[in-house]
Design a protein around this ligand. Structure first.
Ligand code: COA
Length: 204
């Protein structure tokens, strides 16, 4: 995995190590803000407004969204992009577009957002892969890269994911990237199961 990062260092109390992470500058001294994470088959990059139709194929799909209250409307997909553009600007991370390197095709999203979990703002890895690309290990490959990024670049000591108990493929992805279930909790009236991974060099 290669990482090119231009993140801002936003300390989030109790979650990241004390050593400040530097800003990254390009060769002529401009602050680099373009993220690109590469894995063997995938490239993760920031969303663009033009990704809307690709995201609609996933987030407005009834089957893909069956564990959500409802498939997203076009407005909600626009809101999803806006929310992530704001996350990039504010924190330097968010959900990213997942692109197949071989064909340059957009197949989903995966990334890290801060989620309110029982009153705490915790870093959470989320993922959505278009149905026709499912069960080929793409979510696992992307989520593993995000987990490593959360630990190695952002400096988080723990990273979480949550999903509904019956979302078995999502739970399987969490397990395959080395997460363990912590507890069930309720968010917006929906029962969720929370998974965590801890950084192995986490100071005691
Ligand atoms: C969850 C999701 C991202 C997984 O994407 P993916 O690229 O298919 O994931 P992977 O191929 O890396 O792994 C899927 C795993 O789930 C398993 N799986 C799939 N359907 C399953 C089912 N009904 N029951 C149990 N396991 C299942 C697969 O066999 C695979 O595990 P394996 O490698 O041990 O065989 C995708 O299904 C999706 O986008 N779902 C809709 C959105 C969603 O619910 N996102 C999570 C929100 S919390």
């Amino acid at each position: 995995m290669s990482l090119h990062n231009g993140i801002k260092n936003y300390p989030i109390r109790g979650l990241i190590e004390k050593t400040p992470r530097p800003f990254v500058f390009d060769k002529i001294g401009f602050l680099k803000m373009t993220l690109s994470i590469e894995t063997e088959r995938l490239r993760l990059r920031e969303f663009k407004i033009q990704d809307k139709m690709n995201l609609i194929d996933i987030l407005s799909d009834e089957d893909s969204m069956r564990f959500y209250p409802h498939p997203f409307s076009e407005k909600e997909v626009e809101g999803w992009i806006d929310w992530n553009l704001k996350n990039y600007a504010e924190y330097g991370f968010g959900l990213w577009a997942v692109i197949l390197k071989k064909t340059d095709v957009f197949i989903g999203d995966c990334g890290i957002t801060l989620q309110n979990i029982e009153g705490e703002k915790l870093p959470e890895i989320g993922y959505h892969i278009e149905r026709k690309y499912c069960n080929q290990g793409y979510a696992t490959e992307a989520a593993l890269a995000c987990k490593n990024y959360a630990f190695e670049v952002l400096g988080f000591l723990k990273v979480y994911t949550y999903t509904t108990p019956d979302n078995l493929s999502s739970r399987r992805v969490a397990e395959k990237i080395g997460m363990t279930p912590v507890k069930n909790f309720s968010k917006k009236g929906i029962q969720e199961v929370l998974y965590v991974a801890e950084r192995v060099d986490c100071p005691q």
